[in-house]
Write a protein that binds this ligand. Structure first.
Ligand SMILES: *Cc1c(COP(=O)(O)O)cnc(C)c1O
Length: 573
């Protein structure tokens, strides 16, 4: 301290002025660099919007501007730069990036963020609340606590007993559940490590993050058992689950958890939670192992629950009558999540908010928080009642996700979710009607009605419906299945290339869509023993509300044009 006081005032002013200039002056009343540069950046945001409804990427130059060979020569500059320049360079990074809010963006479960959630997230960036303790976040912690309450009430849990923590995505939620399950089922595993091969059971169509979570948790990826799915509904087959549970019980191998995917990423299939709960109650782990956990991975589809408050008789939002039963089915399937011990919710998927905003919610807060309790830290004090640093995976915890998720629920209410999801379903309905009238196309997830439509398109003249049934059921048709899988992939890649290069069909840009290289196995390959006998499909994942039935027609026209070009290429070479 003495040194600073003794240094010459001029020299002191120089470095301190520089240092001060780098931060917003949150306690001064004049406008400063932060608010001015935010205004500047907002101008840029407008300029990143494509002119004349350009292709579904940002800005007006879609080229990839990364020179992978030389990029690592980057170095920190010697001198101070100016904030405006850095912002300008930052804006340039966004050129060519997928524009999730564009009507033609329909590639995956990636929504544009809603306005309130973006601004709430920016507030977290400006003031840096740290959600690890009450002392460092103060009232901002209401965002996390109220989110846990709102979600528990949405699911039908006792909200007073339930709890939840925001974390790093659906993968973080999966990992949290693995940790919770292992801690509950394997006594002393926190102290001594995981010494027993407890099993995690999930369906064949569960998300690949099952590998991340079991690997990073130290359980080992080989301890995942994948339960067969029904080829029609893509949901978990309870008979197969029961036989696996019996076999494990007979060998006295503990089950850590069963995962119900509540909305698979590709097909929006819902696993039968109530049936899983009955089986878990019947086949319990023997002592000394604890009760297996029932986890619902609902990250992509949870918000269909908003329809439980819809007045289906009056239909106030005037949805197409034919869609009302699908809306009901979705929320009813999700209502069975009340039987789960824990649920993963992504706001950056079915919540239409920016990354990363996921809540891992649990039905019994005192069990979870006690099981995972650690001795506190010497430098953190418990100033309020809520201090998750004692049991969360993370130490510092950003509030961006919590504020985005909370602001979304406050902003939308039930009605907002209903309006968004209804708009999406109406557009899928239009698409599926078109697929039905076109003889060379077939929808392959016709039994579920979420935000995704999967379909196959065959060469001109092929009766798609019949052809697909043969390929799905009859091993003699495997060569055709594989040839048309390849065709599907080639068309998907062609469409991607068209999207990137800004191609137009009938005077309109082409869609940004995608494909799956195996969303389900064939009927004769239900144990997935044959790695080839699976179904590829083109995929349209609608996450924004600007689409119209006319545009869906255009999308199908583009797919047909891509098919014709791919088939033409094949003939030429
Ligand atoms: C996307 C997804 C995940 C992973 O979630 P992230 O938020 O990407 O980490 C897990 N499960 C399902 C079903 C998903 O769709």
């Amino acid at each position: 301290m003495n040194n600073i006081n003794e240094s010459s005032p001029n020299k002191f002013r120089k470095f301190q002025e520089i240092a001060n200039s780098l931060f917003p002056s949150a306690f001064r009343d004049k406008r400063d660099a932060l608010s001015e540069n935010i205004v500047n950046a907002i101008d840029h945001i407008n300029r990143l919007r494509p002119e004349n409804k350009g292709p579904a990427w940002l800005g007006n130059n879609g080229d990839l501007a990364i020179d992978y060979q030389s990029i690592k020569t980057a170095e920190i500059a010697d001198k101070l730069s100016c904030c405006e320049d850095v912002i300008n360079e930052t804006v340039a990074l966004f050129n060519g990036m997928p524009n999730w809010g564009h009507p033609l963006a329909m590639c995956n479960t990636i929504p544009p963020g809603n306005t309130a959630s973006i601004i709430a997230g920016i507030m977290a960036q400006v003031f840096s609340p740290n959600m690890l303790s009450g002392e460092y976040a103060w009232n901002v912690q209401r965002a996390e606590l109220e989110s846990a309450g709102m979600l528990a009430n949405l699911v039908g849990w006792d909200a007073q007993r339930a709890g939840g923590v925001y974390t790093y995505g659906g993968s973080g939620c999966w990992t949290y559940h693995v940790k919770y399950a292992l801690t509950r089922v394997l006594p002393n595993s926190r102290e001594e490590g995981i010494r027993t091969d407890a099993k995690i059971l999930c369906s064949q169509q569960a998300h690949y993050t099952m590998m991340n979570s079991t690997d990073w948790a130290g359980l080992g990826m080989n301890n995942v058992i994948r339960i067969k799915t029904d080829p029609k509904t893509n949901a978990m087959d309870l008979k197969d689950l029961e036989s696996v549970l019996i076999a494990l019980r007979m060998q006295n191998i503990p089950v850590a958890s069963v995962v119900c995917t509540m909305g698979t990423t590709d097909a929006n299939a819902f696993d039968p939670v109530a049936g899983v709960r009955r089986l878990l109650d019947r086949y319990r782990n023997a002592a000394p192992y604890g009760r297996a956990l029932l986890y619902c991975d609902a990250v992509t589809s949870w918000s269909w629950l908003a329809f439980q408050k819809y007045d289906f008789t009056r239909n106030p939002l005037q949805f197409t009558e034919a869609l009302l039963p699908f809306m009901k089915n979705n929320y009813r399937a999700l209502q069975n999540m009340k039987y789960a011990d824990a649920i993963g919710f992504d706001f950056h998927k079915a919540g239409f908010a920016p990354y990363i905003s996921s809540m891992f919610a649990y039905r019994d807060a005192s069990e979870f928080e006690t099981l995972l309790q650690r001795p506190g830290s010497a430098y953190l004090q418990s100033r309020t009642e809520y201090n998750p640093y004692d049991y969360t995976l993370e130490a510092s915890r950003a509030a961006t996700g919590a504020l985005a998720g909370w602001a979304t629920m406050k902003y939308f209410g039930y009605e907002g979710f209903q309006a968004i999801l209804g708009t999406i379903m109406e557009n899928h309905h239009a698409l599926r009607n078109l697929l039905n009238t076109e003889s060379a196309t077939v929808c392959v997830n016709a039994n579920d009605h979420g935000m995704v439509t999967l379909f196959r398109i065959y060469p001109k003249g092929v009766e798609a419906e019949q052809q697909y049934q043969q390929e799905l059921c009859d091993p003699a048709w495997k060569p055709q299945l594989l040839a048309h899988n390849q065709l599907t992939q080639d068309i998907g890649n062609k469409l991607y290339q068209w999207f990137r290069t800004g191609k137009q069909i009938n005077g309109k840009f082409t869609p940004y869509m995608s494909f799956t290289t195996g969303f389900c196995v064939t009927e004769y390959n239900r144990d997935a023993a044959d790695p080839e006998a699976k179904v590829y499909a083109l995929k349209i994942y609608i996450m924004n509300t600007h689409l119209t039935p006319e545009l869906m027609k255009h999308v199908l026209d583009c797919v047909i044009a891509a098919r014709d070009e791919v088939v033409g290429d094949a003939v030429r070479f």
